[in-house]
Write a protein that binds this ligand. Structure first.
Ligand SMILES: [Fe+2]
Ligand SMILES: [Fe+2]
Length: 142
Protein backbone atom coordinates (compact mmCIF):
# COMPACT_ATOMS: atom_id res chain seq x y z
CA UNK A 1 0.00 0.00 0.00
CA UNK A 2 1.39 3.45 -0.80
CA UNK A 3 1.71 6.35 1.62
CA UNK A 4 -1.39 8.12 0.35
CA UNK A 5 -3.58 5.02 0.69
CA UNK A 6 -2.29 4.45 4.21
CA UNK A 7 -3.09 8.05 5.05
CA UNK A 8 -6.63 7.71 3.65
CA UNK A 9 -7.13 4.55 5.73
CA UNK A 10 -5.90 6.29 8.87
CA UNK A 11 -8.16 9.28 8.23
CA UNK A 12 -11.12 6.96 7.80
CA UNK A 13 -10.34 5.43 11.18
CA UNK A 14 -10.31 8.98 12.61
CA UNK A 15 -13.60 9.78 10.85
CA UNK A 16 -15.26 6.67 12.33
CA UNK A 17 -14.21 7.89 15.79
CA UNK A 18 -15.49 11.43 15.15
CA UNK A 19 -18.89 9.99 14.19
CA UNK A 20 -18.72 7.87 17.33
CA UNK A 21 -18.08 11.03 19.36
CA UNK A 22 -21.04 12.84 17.72
CA UNK A 23 -23.34 9.91 18.57
CA UNK A 24 -21.98 9.50 22.11
CA UNK A 25 -22.33 13.21 22.98
CA UNK A 26 -25.79 13.47 21.40
CA UNK A 27 -27.01 10.34 23.22
CA UNK A 28 -25.48 11.37 26.54
CA UNK A 29 -27.05 14.85 26.20
CA UNK A 30 -30.45 13.18 25.85
CA UNK A 31 -29.99 10.66 28.65
CA UNK A 32 -27.94 12.40 31.31
CA UNK A 33 -29.90 12.64 34.57
CA UNK A 34 -29.39 14.00 38.04
CA UNK A 35 -28.66 17.40 39.58
CA UNK A 36 -25.93 18.27 37.02
CA UNK A 37 -28.09 17.58 33.96
CA UNK A 38 -28.39 21.20 32.75
CA UNK A 39 -24.61 21.79 32.76
CA UNK A 40 -23.70 18.38 31.39
CA UNK A 41 -26.33 18.52 28.66
CA UNK A 42 -25.06 21.94 27.51
CA UNK A 43 -21.47 20.71 27.59
CA UNK A 44 -22.27 17.51 25.63
CA UNK A 45 -24.18 19.46 22.97
CA UNK A 46 -21.29 21.88 22.53
CA UNK A 47 -18.85 19.00 22.16
CA UNK A 48 -21.10 17.24 19.64
CA UNK A 49 -20.99 20.35 17.43
CA UNK A 50 -17.15 20.42 17.58
CA UNK A 51 -16.91 16.73 16.70
CA UNK A 52 -19.26 17.17 13.74
CA UNK A 53 -16.96 19.91 12.38
CA UNK A 54 -14.02 17.53 12.75
CA UNK A 55 -15.95 14.81 10.93
CA UNK A 56 -16.77 17.16 8.06
CA UNK A 57 -13.15 18.26 7.73
CA UNK A 58 -11.96 14.65 7.63
CA UNK A 59 -14.62 13.56 5.13
CA UNK A 60 -13.72 16.53 2.89
CA UNK A 61 -10.02 15.68 3.06
CA UNK A 62 -10.52 11.95 2.43
CA UNK A 63 -12.58 12.81 -0.63
CA UNK A 64 -10.02 15.38 -1.80
CA UNK A 65 -7.28 12.73 -1.54
CA UNK A 66 -9.31 10.42 -3.78
CA UNK A 67 -10.66 8.17 -1.03
CA UNK A 68 -14.20 7.31 0.02
CA UNK A 69 -15.26 8.62 3.46
CA UNK A 70 -16.54 5.89 5.76
CA UNK A 71 -20.18 5.95 6.86
CA UNK A 72 -19.62 3.52 9.75
CA UNK A 73 -19.07 4.94 13.24
CA UNK A 74 -16.75 3.20 15.70
CA UNK A 75 -18.64 1.40 18.50
CA UNK A 76 -20.22 3.82 20.98
CA UNK A 77 -19.69 2.94 24.66
CA UNK A 78 -22.92 2.63 26.66
CA UNK A 79 -23.05 4.66 29.85
CA UNK A 80 -25.98 4.98 32.23
CA UNK A 81 -24.78 7.31 35.00
CA UNK A 82 -23.46 10.86 34.55
CA UNK A 83 -20.13 9.74 35.97
CA UNK A 84 -19.88 6.76 33.60
CA UNK A 85 -20.60 9.11 30.69
CA UNK A 86 -17.79 11.45 31.72
CA UNK A 87 -15.41 8.51 32.20
CA UNK A 88 -16.27 7.14 28.74
CA UNK A 89 -15.72 10.58 27.24
CA UNK A 90 -12.39 11.04 29.01
CA UNK A 91 -11.13 7.68 27.70
CA UNK A 92 -12.26 8.50 24.16
CA UNK A 93 -10.76 12.01 24.12
CA UNK A 94 -7.46 10.71 25.53
CA UNK A 95 -7.27 8.01 22.87
CA UNK A 96 -8.15 10.57 20.18
CA UNK A 97 -5.40 13.00 21.17
CA UNK A 98 -2.85 10.16 20.95
CA UNK A 99 -4.19 8.95 17.60
CA UNK A 100 -4.06 12.48 16.14
CA UNK A 101 -0.47 12.98 17.30
CA UNK A 102 0.47 9.95 15.20
CA UNK A 103 -1.71 11.05 12.29
CA UNK A 104 -0.13 14.50 12.22
CA UNK A 105 3.34 12.94 11.87
CA UNK A 106 1.99 10.64 9.15
CA UNK A 107 0.50 13.61 7.26
CA UNK A 108 3.80 15.51 7.49
CA UNK A 109 5.70 12.50 6.14
CA UNK A 110 3.26 12.28 3.25
CA UNK A 111 3.90 15.97 2.48
CA UNK A 112 0.30 16.90 3.40
CA UNK A 113 1.22 20.00 5.38
CA UNK A 114 -2.20 21.70 5.34
CA UNK A 115 -3.74 18.48 6.66
CA UNK A 116 -1.05 18.29 9.36
CA UNK A 117 -1.99 21.85 10.41
CA UNK A 118 -5.71 20.93 10.51
CA UNK A 119 -4.95 17.87 12.63
CA UNK A 120 -2.90 20.13 14.88
CA UNK A 121 -6.01 22.29 15.41
CA UNK A 122 -8.07 19.21 16.24
CA UNK A 123 -5.44 18.17 18.80
CA UNK A 124 -5.97 21.58 20.44
CA UNK A 125 -9.78 21.03 20.50
CA UNK A 126 -9.59 17.43 21.77
CA UNK A 127 -7.05 18.32 24.45
CA UNK A 128 -9.40 21.05 25.64
CA UNK A 129 -12.30 18.55 25.76
CA UNK A 130 -10.14 16.08 27.65
CA UNK A 131 -8.92 18.63 30.19
CA UNK A 132 -12.43 19.96 30.83
CA UNK A 133 -13.80 16.47 31.44
CA UNK A 134 -10.89 15.59 33.72
CA UNK A 135 -11.69 18.69 35.81
CA UNK A 136 -15.39 17.80 35.96
CA UNK A 137 -14.51 14.34 37.24
CA UNK A 138 -12.55 15.76 40.16
CA UNK A 139 -14.78 15.08 43.16
CA UNK A 140 -17.70 14.06 40.92
CA UNK A 141 -20.11 11.86 42.95
CA UNK A 142 -20.23 8.12 42.21
FE1 LIG B 1 -13.19 15.50 17.39
FE1 LIG C 1 -13.45 15.74 21.35
Amino acid sequence: MNTKQELIEGLNQDLAHEYQAVIAYTTYAAEVAGPFRPNLRAFFLEEAADELKHAQMLADKISALGGVPTVEPAAVPQATSARAMLEAVLAAETETVERYAGRMAQAEQAGELALAAQIHEMIVDETHHKEEVAKMLEGFPE
